[in-house]
Write a protein that binds this ligand. Structure first.
Ligand SMILES: [Fe+2]
Length: 434
C-alpha cells in the first residue's frame, strides 16, 4: 500500500508478491510464470476512451470461474433498484446514529439500505447503505457486480483483504472498492459507517478549472494495495450482489489468490485529513461544490451522478458574512453524514453515525440556535476543529426504503429544529436608515 493513485485513469500500476511473477511485455503469454492463470478484469467497456478506460490483468492461482452455481441469498436489510417513490415525501429527514447490533454480524450481514435512485440495469444512480459489524468475514468473500462501494468508516478500523492486496482504513479515511473486485472485511472491534454504492460512471477527481493544477484532493495522496495472495483451500462462500439481490456460490479456495497484477482498475484509499480545503478569504460562501473529493459524472456535462463532498476542519475568516451554511433549496439531493465532531449548521441532533436527507428543492439550513449564533457572534478568524461531515449528493432524488422511513432511529421531530425561527422584519428600520 505505497503507490499513489492518480485518478485520471491513464495511469498504470503493477505489483507482484513473488519476484518475477509479473510478466514483462505481454498480458497473456502462452505460459504464465509460476504456473499462474492470466485473467483480465475490465471496469469500463473495452472501447471506452483511453482517459476513461479501466482494466487490470490479474495473475492468479486459479481463474475466477471456479465456483458452483449461484443461488439466491436472503438478506433482510439490503435493497436494490427499482427504488420506489412510495416512501419518499419531500419532507426533510434525519436519523440518529445507526444502532449497533446485539447479535454477531459481519460487514455484509450488517448492511442496511437507506435510500437509492437510478437503475442498476442502466448503470445510473446510486444507493446509500449503512453498515454495522462486529465480526470478521472468515469463510465468506464478496464482490459487487452492481456498482462501486465508496466506504466511509465512522467507527472502528477495517482491514480490506482484496484480490489486489490488503488495505486498512479507519475513521477519517475512505476506501473505494470497484465493481467486481472480490474482497473480505476483517475487524479488530465493532465497526460502523456509511457506503455510497455507485451504479454510474466510476468516481474520479473533479476538474479544478481556475484553481489550477493543485488543490482539493491531490492525486499523490491516493493509495493502492500491493499484491498479497492467499493460498487457502476449504469450503467457502462466494457472495455477490447482482441486479439488486444477493447471491451465493460454494467455492473451494480463496478467491484472493492473485500473485501479481498490473493495470489501473484497483481499490484505492484516501485520508480525508489531507484534503486541501479552499474557501473564501474575503466574504460570502463559495458553493459547497468547492468541497468535492470525488465525483461520478452523469451523461450531462457538469452534472454529477454522485458527488462525494466533505466539510473538514478549517479556518473561517469571511467578514460581514453569515458564516453558517446559508439557507437554500437545491435541484440536487443531499444525504449528509457525520464522521466526527459537530457540524456548523446544526447544534444538536446531528450526531456522528447519524444522517440527514434534504431532497430536491426541500428547504434546509441552520437550526434556530445555529442561526442566532451566526448572526450575533463577532467575526474573528475562527478554526473549526475536529469536525468532519460529508455529503453524498446526487442529481436524482434519494428514494427512501420503507425500513429507512420506519426506522426506530429516525428522528420524528427533525423539523422542530427550525420552528423557533421567527420573522425579524421591521419596516421602520428601513425608514430610519434613509
Ligand atoms: Fe444543502
Amino acid at each position: 500500500m505505497s503507490t499513489a493513485y492518480l485518478s485520471g485513469f491513464s495511469n498504470h500500476f503493477e505489483s507482484e508478491a513473488l519476484p518475477n511473477a509479473l510478466i514483462k511485455g505481454r498480458n497473456s503469454p502462452q505460459k504464465v510464470p509460476c504456473g499462474l492463470y492470466a485473467e483480465q478484469i475490465s471496469g469500463s467497456a473495452f472501447t471506452a476512451m483511453r482517459a476513461n478506460n479501466l482494466r487490470s490483468w490479474l495473475y492468479r492461482i486459479r481463474p475466477s470461474v471456479l465456483h458452483s452455481e449461484f443461488q439466491a441469498f436472503s438478506h433482510p436489510y439490503l435493497t436494490g433498484t427499482p427504488f420506489l417513490a412510495d416512501y419518499t415525501p419531500p419532507t426533510q429527514f434525519r436519523w440518529s446514529p445507526f444502532p449497533h447490533s446485539s447479535t454477531k454480524q459481519n460487514f455484509i450481514e450488517g448492511l442496511f439500505t437507506l435510500a437509492g435512485n437510478g437503475c442498476i440495469a442502466e448503470q445510473t444512480g446510486a444507493a446509500i447503505h449503512l453498515y454495522s459489524a462486529n465480526k470478521s468475514m472468515n469463510n465468506e468473500y464478496f464482490y459487487n457486480a452492481d456498482g462501486d462501494f465508496l466506504i466511509v468508516p465512522q467507527e472502528g478500523e477495517l482491514l480490506f483483504k482484496t484480490e489486489l492486496g490488503d488495505m486498512t482504513v479507519k475513521p477519517t479515511e475512505i476506501i473505494v472498492i470497484p465493481r467486481g473486485i472480490k474482497f473480505q472485511v476483517k475487524l479488530t472491534g465493532p465497526a460502523r459507517g456509511y457506503i455510497c454504492e455507485n451504479f454510474g460512471q466510476p468516481f474520479r477527481l473533479p476538474e479544478l478549472g481556475v484553481l489550477g493544477a493543485n488543490g482539493l484532493a491531490n492525486p499523490r495522496d491516493f493509495k493502492i494495495p500491493v499484491a498479497n495472495y492467499e493460498e487457502r483451500e476449504g469450503e467457502f462462500v462466494l457472495l455477490t450482489k447482482f441486479q439488486g439481490k444477493l447471491w451465493q456460490a460454494v467455492i473451494h479456495h480463496s478467491p484472493l489468490d492473485v500473485v501479481a497484477w498490473h493495470g489501473n482498475y484497483t481499490p484505492y484509499k484516501y485520508d480525508l485529513t489531507l484534503f486541501n480545503t479552499i474557501n473564501t478569504v474575503s466574504f460570502d460562501h463559495p458553493d459547497p461544490s468547492i468541497f468535492t473529493v470525488l465525483t461520478s459524472p452523469s451523461a450531462i456535462s457538469g452534472v454529477a451522478n454522485i458527488d462525494f463532498v466533505i466539510f473538514p476542519s478549517r479556518w473561517m475568516v469571511a467578514t460581514d458574512t453569515f458564516r453558517a451554511p446559508y439557507y437554500h433549496r437545491n435541484i440536487m439531493s443531499e444525504y449528509m453524514g457525520l464522521i466526527q465532531g459537530n457540524y456548523d449548521a446544526k447544534g444538536e441532533g446531528f450526531l456522528p453515525g447519524g444522517g440527514s436527507l434534504h431532497n430536491c428543492m426541500s428547504a434546509h439550513g441552520p437550526d434556530y440556535d445555529s442561526y442566532l449564533n451566526a448572526v450575533n457572534s463577532s467575526l474573528q478568524p475562527e478554526y473549526y476543529a475536529n469536525t468532519l461531515a460529508f455529503m453524498f449528493e446526487s442529481r436524482q432524488v434519494w428514494r427512501l426504503t420503507s425500513q429507512a422511513l420506519q426506522a426506530n432511529f429516525r428522528q420524528m421531530d427533525y423539523l422542530a429544529c427550525w420552528q423557533n425561527l421567527k420573522p425579524n422584519f421591521n419596516k421602520l428600520t428601513s425608514t430610519l436608515e434613509e
